[in-house]
Design a binder for this molecule. Structure first.
Ligand SMILES: Cc1ncc(COP(=O)(O)O)c(C=O)c1O
Ligand SMILES: Nc1ccccc1C(=O)C[C@H](N)C(=O)O
Length: 410
């Protein structure tokens, strides 16, 4: 497979944009196989080059030599969740003690929803969500409702109509900011304000937001949020997820999984639960040290990055990609499903194609790795930390070659 294109064929204006790219130096920080054009960082971010040495150090020194002493002492594994939370907080517009890092996103949806339902005004029985929300968010709501006796209704509406369904029946609004299929980005501040005006609490799933563009949870007055560590944050396969709880809710939000590691004094081994200060109370069990260490290291990629620059580059890349793909759409059955309005999209571009599954399989064979999503979506994740405008050109050349071949009668 080859994804290389003769540099002279890349349009000059794209090379010019790359020459002025403020983030161009970040690419070298990632291990990106030379024969692959990776457009799937929204499923699994690539390896940040700092991670292997960090993991080796944790394994050989902290675990191998220091053994149990690493829970305290220099390694201080006990407070690793807080250290990672501090790095993550900046990316999502939170205070460090509003963020609990650990567990999967799925488990964090459970914790957030359990807390939000408890805090919601009495008598409200509707959990309002996007009909096409990511399955785990829907399933957790179904499961928690069953656990609570089935008295809630999970009301699923198209994400463009959510605002019309905010009323006095609704307890909680559970939304993913960027739709994993279409890449549509909802207006988080506006929907949060509308929800609050209707007395509704909000839970935002930031799986496809954090690390892709700036998020300002505190600024929006959000209530709860969750997200994944392994997508745009590049924390590695199965990296810990996170939970955000607004400071104003921390002392009233019930801790559904009240574990010993979220206790105010872990080694006192008290018989009664007493929550730790801040969001640490939502880290119920032993922190996942290996995964947290990889995420901690990977998050350093953002240390010298202005999130506004990241967003500007992401939009430039996605616009470029869409414009180049338009030429292909003229001769192939590709239907753009990602909004063209910049503020309405995240950092991915998706198309419907009648044979999306087959097309993505052939692209992957060529080393152009994106995602197929049911029923007919070709999804391309675009990451401003390591993509260039030239990559957009190469990707579209490759996609064109695959589509042309598939549709040329032999
Ligand atoms: C919006 C969204 N929420 C949640 C998840 C996954 O959660 P978990 O890490 O628990 O598998 C994903 C992707 O896997 C996702 O896209
Ligand atoms: N965690 C995974 C494990 C295996 C394969 C994909 C995933 C994803 O994360 C999919 C992603 N949430 C998506 O938006 O499609």
């Amino acid at each position: 497979m080859t994804v290389t294109t003769d540099a002279t064929t890349i349009p000059a204006h794209l090379l010019d944009l790359d020459a002025r790219d403020l983030l161009a130096h970040k690419r070298a920080e990632f291990l990106l196989p030379p024969d692959v054009l990776y457009l799937d960082g929204n499923s699994l971010g690539p390896l940040h080059r700092s991670v292997p040495a960090r993991l080796a150090g944790v394994a050989e020194r902290e675990w191998g030599q220091q053994l149990i002493r690493s829970w305290m002492g220099d390694a201080d594994w006990m407070h690793l969740p807080e250290r990672v939370a501090a790095k993550l907080a900046r990316l999502i517009g939170a205070q460090p003690d509003e963020v609990a890092v650990g567990d999967s996103t799925t488990v964090n949806v459970f914790k957030a929803l359990a807390a939000a339902l408890h805090l919601a005004p009495q008598g409200r029985r509707v959990i309002l969500t996007d009909a096409d929300n990511f399955p785990t968010d829907l399933y957790v709501a179904q499961g928690l409702n069953a656990l609570l006796g089935g008295g809630y209704e999970l009301r699923r509406v198209p994400n463009t109509e959510v605002a019309d369904h905010l009323n006095a029946d609704v307890a909680v609004l559970l939304l993913t900011e960027v739709d994993y299929r279409t890449g549509r980005r909802l207006d988080l501040p506006d929907l949060t304000a509308r929800a609050h005006a209707a007395g509704v609490l909000t839970i935002w799933d930031l799986a496809h937001s954090a690390g892709a563009f700036p998020v300002d949870l505190d600024g929006a007055g959000a209530d709860f949020a969750v997200g994944c560590g392994y997508k745009f944050l590049n924390g590695g396969p199965g990296a810990p997820g996170y939970l955000y709880v607004a400071a104003r809710h921390l002392d009233r939000a019930p801790v559904a999984i009240s574990g010993w590691m979220g206790h105010a004094d872990v080694f006192e081994m008290a018989r009664e639960y007493s929550p730790a200060p801040g969001a640490r109370r939502f880290v119920p069990g032993t922190p996942q040290v290996l995964g947290l260490s990889a995420l901690d290291s990977a998050l350093d990629a953002f240390a010298d990055v202005e999130m506004a620059d990241l967003r500007a580059k992401s939009l430039s890349l996605t616009s470029t990609f869409m414009a180049l793909m338009e030429l292909l759409a003229a001769r192939h059955p590709l239907e753009l499903v990602t909004p063209t309005e910049p503020e309405q999209r995240g950092s991915q571009v998706s198309y419907r194609h009648p044979d999306a599954r087959g097309v993505m399989a052939r692209l992957t064979e060529r080393g152009i790795i994106g995602d197929f999503r049911t029923p007919d979506i070709l999804r391309f994740g675009i990451t401003p930390l390591y993509h260039s405008h030239a990559d957009m050109w190469r990707a579209v050349q490759g996609i064109g070659a695959v589509l042309d071949r598939a549709e040329t009668p032999v």
